[in-house]
Structures are given as structure tokens and as C-alpha cells.
Design a protein around this ligand. Structure first.
Ligand code: SF4
Ligand code: SF4
Length: 295
């Protein structure tokens, strides 16, 4: 089944697609999250401590889940010094989820034929306690970078990851092909460290760690008390930060989905001094709206 699903995913514009058995993530992952929270590295993102059971076990999110499908969605690079590249289009949560729903509809018959009961699934993209990057690695789509991104050898780092958690038995999806795909992946960054040197705030002080309280992405998007535009902690940025992503040699120059770039002509660095300069029309369906609303 996997080759058919992969070509269906490619036809819909996904850069890559994989599957993994839906099961608890295990003690190693649990310990990693536990120490991240215990050290307070999540700063004000208290939601990360909530729903831990679901975060660590997708079968708690979707009863009877047996398989997780992972989809890699590319977005384009924008040479902005103020706004992260991922925010130049429509709200990615909806865009990505809609396309995955379409994929599931297109493949409904084949997927349901593999089930002993009607096909059931839920689709997520940064919209529920699901560790998308961890699952993407488990699905054989890439490896963990020192900057905490999932690095896709196919699509690089400018990607969103969406998932569908479903009751299709994992054995029905060709495991042999998935295993060989996984075995051919690089497993780590080697001695690079470029992202650590590129981080302007020192938030990325060591590989695979990140102090959210110092991270410009956190300070401009998530923090309850956001520093004002021009605060030296933001290094000139207004929404998000791409420095640890931009530094990576694994970036790929592939074209992202057009919906995820459709505001590129309207969001010019020279015309935006603060987020208030962005029009209501753009904010109506933009990832940036999150930072503006929570101000
Ligand atoms: S997003 Fe920016 S501030 Fe945050 S860790 Fe990466 S480079 Fe550092
Ligand atoms: S910049 Fe280097 S160390 Fe950082 S994620 Fe990329 S390859 Fe890994």
C-alpha cells in the first residue's frame, strides 16, 4: 500500500509521506520531555505540560489508533529580517489539515479495505498535543537536527508536519519499504554546530536544547508579556526567527505551497515597523494573527 499512498501524497503536493505504528512513545521520550519541563525550558508555554498522556501516546487521542501517517509540507523562503518565512501565507493549520483530509478522502476505499471496521481518523497540524516532529522521524522522513528541527533530506527544514492518526493496521502499510527508507537516512548532524553559532539570543546553547525564555520565536509569538518592537532581545525581529534554520546546510531550495506564501507582496520589511502595520485583511487568515491577538 505504501507506494500508492506515497504517490497520492506527492500528487497533492506533499514533499514526503511516511507511516509509523501508533503506540506510546516510550520512556526515553517521556524522560526527555520530563526534564525539559522540570528545568522550566518551556518558559510560559504551560500547555506543554498539559495533556502529557495524549502527547506521549496517540492512541489516547484516537481510540483504536494503529497507524500514524506523517506528511511533509514545504513552504518557501522569504528574505525578511522581521517576519519568519512560514508566516507569509494563510494560516497553515487549516491549509495543511484541509489537504490531509483530501488525501484521506481520496484514499478512503483502499484504507478502509485494510481495516476490520469502518475507517476512523483524526488529522492534526500543530493543533493538538501531538509531537509531530518525533513522529516524522519515526516515520522515516528525516532526523533530529541540533536546532530541534526535523531535517528532511528531501525538503530541508522549511516544512510543516501534519499527521493523520487512524485505525488502519500498520502491517497493511508496506513496512519493508518504510524500513529501508528509514535505514537510508542520516542519523545526526555530525560536528556542524552552525545553528548554535547563528542563534542571536543564546537560546540554543547546546545541541537539542532550547531555552524558550530567550528564544525570539517564543518572545514574539508565545510569550504573555511580549517585548515591544525594538526591544534589544528581539534583534530587530517582529514575528518569529529563522536564524537557526537559515544556518543549516540541509536547507533545500524547493518551492513551497502557494497558499503559504500568498502575502509575500504585502509584507515588506520596509513597510512594517510593528505588527500593527499589517492590514486587517491579511491578519484575518494569517499565522501572525496569533501574536497580534494575544498582545
Ligand atoms: S528561533 Fe532564533 S532565537 Fe530561537 S533558538 Fe532559533 S535562532 Fe535562537
Ligand atoms: S546547522 Fe548543522 S548542527 Fe544545526 S541542525 Fe543543521 S546540520 Fe545540524
Amino acid at each position: 500500500m505504501y507506494p500508492d499512498l506515497l504517490s497520492g501524497a506527492h500528487a497533492l503536493g506533499f514533499a514526503d509521506f511516511g507511516a509509523a505504528k501508533a503506540e506510546p512513545l516510550g520512556p526515553q521520550c517521556s524522560a526527555r520531555i520530563g526534564s525539559y519541563l522540570a528545568e522550566g525550558r518551556n518558559a510560559g508555554m504551560t500547555y506543554m505540560a498539559g495533556n502529557l498522556e495524549k502527547r506521549l501516546d496517540p492512541t489516547a487521542l484516537v481510540p483504536g489508533a494503529q497507524t500514524i501517517f506523517c506528511f511533509v509540507v514545504p513552504y518557501s523562503r522569504h528574505a525578511s529580517t522581521k517576519i519568519a518565512s512560514y508566516a507569509f501565507g494563510l494560516d497553515y493549520h487549516r491549509v495543511v489539515k484541509d489537504r490531509i483530509h483530501l488525501f484521506m478522502q481520496q484514499n478512503h476505499e483502499m484504507l478502509e479495505a485494510a481495516c476490520t471496521e469502518p475507517l476512523r481518523y483524526r488529522v492534526f497540524c500543530d493543533s493538538a498535543p501531538v509531537l509531530e516532529r518525533e513522529w516524522a522521524v519515526r516515520c522515516g522522513l528525516g532526523f533530529w537536527g541540533c536546532n530541534n528541527f526535523m531535517i528532511s533530506p528531501v525538503a530541508g527544514l522549511r516544512t510543516f508536519i501534519g499527521v493523520a492518526v487512524c485505525n488502519v493496521p500498520f502491517e497493511a502499510v508496506d513496512c519493508g519499504q518504510l524500513r529501508s527508507k528509514k535505514a537510508s537516512l542520516p542519523t545526526d548532524c555530525g560536528r556542524c554546530g552552525a545553528c548554535l553559532r547563528a542563534c542571536p539570543s543564546g537560546a540554543l546553547e547546546a545541541p537539542f536544547t532550547m531555552d524558550a525564555g530567550r528564544c525570539i520565536s517564543y518572545l514574539t509569538i508565545e510569550a504573555d508579556e511580549k517585548p515591544a518592537a525594538g526591544d534589544c532581545r528581539l534583534h530587530g525581529r517582529l514575528f518569529g526567527c529563522d536564524s537557526c534554520l537559515e544556518a543549516c546546510r540541509w536547507n533545500r531550495d524547493i518551492e513551497g505551497w502557494s497558499e503559504l506564501s500568498c502575502h509575500s507582496e504585502s509584507l515588506k520589511d520596509e513597510e512594517i515597523a510593528t505588527l500593527s502595520d499589517i492590514s486587517e485583511e491579511i491578519l484575518a487568515d494569517s499565522p501572525v494573527a496569533r501574536a497580534v491577538k494575544s498582545k
